[in-house]
Ligand binder design. Structure first.
Ligand code: ADP
Length: 273
């Protein structure tokens, strides 16, 4: 009987080993598929602007450069294409850092109201070009201190506001607001009355490279990475992002932020004066 017991223990161990290996292989396969899909998406995203830029340069070389006005027009377009490529590469860099955990958040205490105001000022012009009005509906006259990575949160705000403009309708409005949620949380909302999103597309919005209307979105530029970057940043802060949208009516993207218990300490230099 001793031998049979040992044999069955051994069999169990062999089976467990095989099972572990199988799992390991499955994980590797999933990772490999993910990597392939990512690379495929990257080259696809880069191809369009690269071919556009190349097209303008070849036309110029072909003789178009002789005409001053045409030269300027084509060089401007080529430069826009390069600008787009730079945006895509920056977004790719950011998403890679976020997904590999290489992006370390730099926490500081800052006034969220002021940061919203800054983003608002930066984007007001862009909105008015599309005949969209930006409004900032503030509940408070007072600063709202939060502790977060200011630069990254500004990126979140910019991405959400830019999207509301990109997918907004001429004559429409984007409303930005901040309000108390529960005792130590605030919620920031970016609400538009733009094209809205069909119900079945909502769950996929935050996937990288996902776009609802491939052709329409491409016309609007962007890399399809904006919302996945936004989600990563918010989740890296331990916070939540929400979306509500009605097709043809509009969308609301909102995220939570933890309030800081105290205003930032004045710097040493400020204390001396
Ligand atoms: P993109 O670079 O295409 O804007 P995002 O990741 O920022 O990429 O957004 C993904 C997709 O979600 C967009 O292509 C668009 O279809 C949809 N979307 C995002 N924001 C809005 C919005 N405010 N209104 C309608 N659709 C939106």
């Amino acid at each position: 009987t001793q031998v049979t017991t040992d044999m069955s223990t051994l069999t169990r161990e062999v089976e467990k080993f095989a099972e572990d290996k199988k799992l390991e292989i499955e994980t590797l396969k999933v990772r490999e598929a993910y990597r392939k899909e990512f690379m495929g998406n990257v080259s696809h995203e880069l191809k369009t602007p690269l071919f556009t830029v190349q097209g303008y340069i070849l036309t110029l070389l072909d003789g178009a450069y002789k005409d001053k006005a045409v030269r300027k027009k084509y060089l401007t377009r080529a430069s826009k294409g390069v600008e787009r490529l730079i945006y895509i590469v920056k977004d790719l860099d950011m998403i890679t850092k976020l997904e590999t955990g290489d992006l370390h958040l730099k926490f500081e205490t800052f006034d969220m109201v002021e940061l919203i105001q800054q983003s608002f000022d930066l984007l007001e012009m862009k909105a008015s070009k599309k005949n969209i009005t930006l409004t900032f509906d503030m509940d408070y006259e007072e600063p709202i201190w939060v502790r977060a990575d200011k630069e990254r949160i500004q990126q979140v705000l910019t991405n959400l506001i830019v999207n509301s403009i990109k997918y907004g309708k001429s004559g429409g409005t984007t409303e930005i607001s901040i309000e108390n949620l529960i005792k130590n949380k605030v919620i920031v909302r970016v609400t538009d009355n733009g094209e809205g999103i069909e119900k079945e597309n909502i769950p996929r919005l935050f996937e990288r490279f996902y776009r609802v209307d491939k052709s329409g979105s491409r016309k609007e530029g962007g890399s399809g990475l904006g919302l996945s970057i936004v989600k990563h940043i918010i989740e890296a802060h331990g916070e939540k992002i929400y979306v509500e949208s009605v097709f043809g009516v509009g969308s609301e993207f909102s995220f939570t932020m933890e309030k800081s218990q105290a205003a930032p300490q004045p710097s040493a230099a400020a204390q001396i004066t």
